[in-house]
Design a protein around this ligand. Sequence first.
Ligand code: ADP
Ligand code: MG
Length: 249
Amino acid sequence: MQLSPATAAVATAAGLTKIYGSDDTRVVALDAVSVEFRREQFTAIMGPSGSGKSTLMHCMAGLDTVSHGSARIGSTELGTLKDKELTRLRRERIGFVFQAFNLLPTLTALENITLPLSIAGRSADRSWLEHIVATVGLGARLDHRPNQLSGGQQQRVAVARALAARPEIVFADEPTGNLDSRAGAEVLGLLRGSVRELGHSVVMVTHDPLAASYADRVVFLADGRIVDELARPDADSVLERMKALDHAG
Ligand code: ADP
Ligand code: MG
């Protein structure tokens, strides 16, 4: 059966279990998580600290290995890939945005945005790049280095960098965690716009119900399991689910 692109899963976890350590230090960070992330959707992942949110992102993005079960990007099973293939997949098919921006300090904003393409030996698609840069709204600051930019501007550069290679999916781990609410709103608007206007697929971890309200769907994790889900969230409904989880736990 041929799935239409809009409904096909762009990333899938199936019975994904991640165990750190052994014996006394054994931690089950993810306990048989099954979830699909759909194309052209903005999904938020929420849950208490230590519930496995970052671990899920890292396993799905091929930044960490899976103990049992599977993590797939499209139909590619990450566990079957050799190191080189995994590196290539991360470079070509996945974008990642970190809480701490992770820009290179000696490069300008524009050079940071195009760095992954340069490393891959690909030239940037001019019109696409212009489109992204316009959406990011950095204008004259493209020649600035990270330390000449505000936190919000740096994170917008990091989002543009994640989008530059047109990845199939962008993972963002607490992208607004280091930003004030106004800068955070700009980054969230940019992520949402990349889905609505550019057709990207975004999965974002956040603590913040307001941030989650930018998403199309919220998935709730607790103790390494998916415990709830909400479509078309608003901040109040997210907050209520979070409270319910706290009381259940
Ligand atoms: P969250 O992002 O929801 O705060 P994490 O995914 O970072 O949670 O962590 C989930 C659980 O796995 C926690 O108990 C954490 O201590 C543990 N954990 C995460 N990374 C490691 C690691 N590299 N080694 C050992 N334990 C880890
Ligand atoms: Mg985390």
